[in-house]
Design a binder for this molecule. Structure first.
Ligand SMILES: NC(=O)c1ccc[n+]([C@@H]2O[C@H](COP(=O)([O-])OP(=O)(O)OC[C@H]3O[C@@H](n4cnc5c(N)ncnc54)[C@H](OP(=O)(O)O)[C@@H]3O)[C@@H](O)[C@H]2O)c1
Length: 270
């Protein structure tokens, strides 16, 4: 199952389990987390999945994605021994993710961000090889990378034995909604997941042209932005903490913008 909309669990702290349960009951069938205690609580995602299974919503019906976070993305709560090799860090982090999430397999496992910039370096190559090994073991269906630029993604696609199947990036309208990275994804059949679609683009959300489209369709501007993202080929993430907004966001699955409307939104800050 490849989701069309993902519920993100960053910054939910102690409310993580409750919000994951609410999101799934509202209709989300895909959950994003990370083994990064600074911003996420994987253990509480696991608790929510257990509770949902008890309510008859099986693990199999939910697309589950988590991430390996390099050391510089952590505070003092590092979920692996930073003194060991990068390969072992990945394997240890992955094993603890499975324990936290009470599962024996993931749908998608991402490298949270490259070590090198603006291209990729030796550390990225070592970590990607470890992630490929996890994929080969059958414990994750898809592998991918987050927070990449077009140069990094092109290098990974060229050099990897197993190319990324997923990219997850913050999406700024002023940067053409990440057009360069999305174009590589389109050409290579990589799923593009976009986050911060609302929070990174407040001027677009409030733009009069978006308000007019929202009025025509009979929805709110936030739904228009999520639908725009879907129609240009993204799988959006939302991190809403509000039950009404969960339902509103999901309605983006069932509205339709015209090609002219999509082009108009595309051009607002482009
Ligand atoms: N890979 C990475 O490095 C990375 C980085 C950041 C995030 N992420 C992932 O992406 C997920 C989402 O993060 P995000 O930055 O896109 O979102 P977010 O920061 O969680 O924010 C969503 C914001 O939009 C508002 N919102 C959502 N639906 C709305 C609606 N229908 N009407 C009005 N306001 C609405 C929410 O407010 P309410 O709560 O009031 O609805 C909230 O303020 C994260 O949880 C995480 O899983 C990944």
């Amino acid at each position: 199952m490849t989701p069309t909309f993902i519920y993100g669990t960053a910054w939910k702290k102690e409310a993580t389990a409750e919000l994951v349960k609410k999101a799934v009951k509202a209709g989300f069938n895909a959950i994003d987390t990370a083994n990064q205690p600074r911003h996420y609580n994987e253990t509480l995602v696991g608790e929510a999945l257990n509770a949902l299974a008890g309510d008859g919503i099986s693990r199999d019906s939910i697309f589950l994605q988590t991430k390996f976070t390099p050391l510089n993305g952590h505070d003092s709560r590092v979920p692996y021994d930073p003194g060991q090799s990068l390969t072992n860090q990945v394997h240890e982090s992955f094993a603890s993710s499975l324990r936290h999430l009470n599962t024996d397999r993931l749908d998608s496992y991402l490298l949270h961000g490259p070590y090198s910039y603006p291209g990729l370096g030796e550390e990225d190559a070592e970590v990607w090889t470890a992630i490929e090994e996890i994929h080969k073991s059958g414990k994750t269906r898809m592998i991918g990378i987050s927070n990449v630029n077009a140069t990094q993604l092109a290098m990974l696609v060229k050099n990897a034995r197993i190319a990324p199947m997923v990219v997850q990036n913050r999406c700024y309208a002023v940067r053409g909604w990440d057009r360069d990275v999305r174009e590589i994804c389109r050409m290579k059949g990589i799923i593009y997941q976009g986050f911060s679609l609302l929070t990174a683009n407040p001027d677009v959300v409030r733009h009069p042209a978006v308000a007019q489209i929202a009025k025509r369709v009979g929805v709110c501007p936030e739904q228009v932005i999520f639908r725009f993202a879907m129609q240009v080929g993204m799988v959006p993430l939302t991190g809403t903490t509000n039950e009404e907004h969960m339902k509103e966001d999901l309605r983006a699955n069932s509205i339709e913008l015209s090609r002219e409307e999509v082009n108009l939104i595309d051009s607002i800050a482009g």
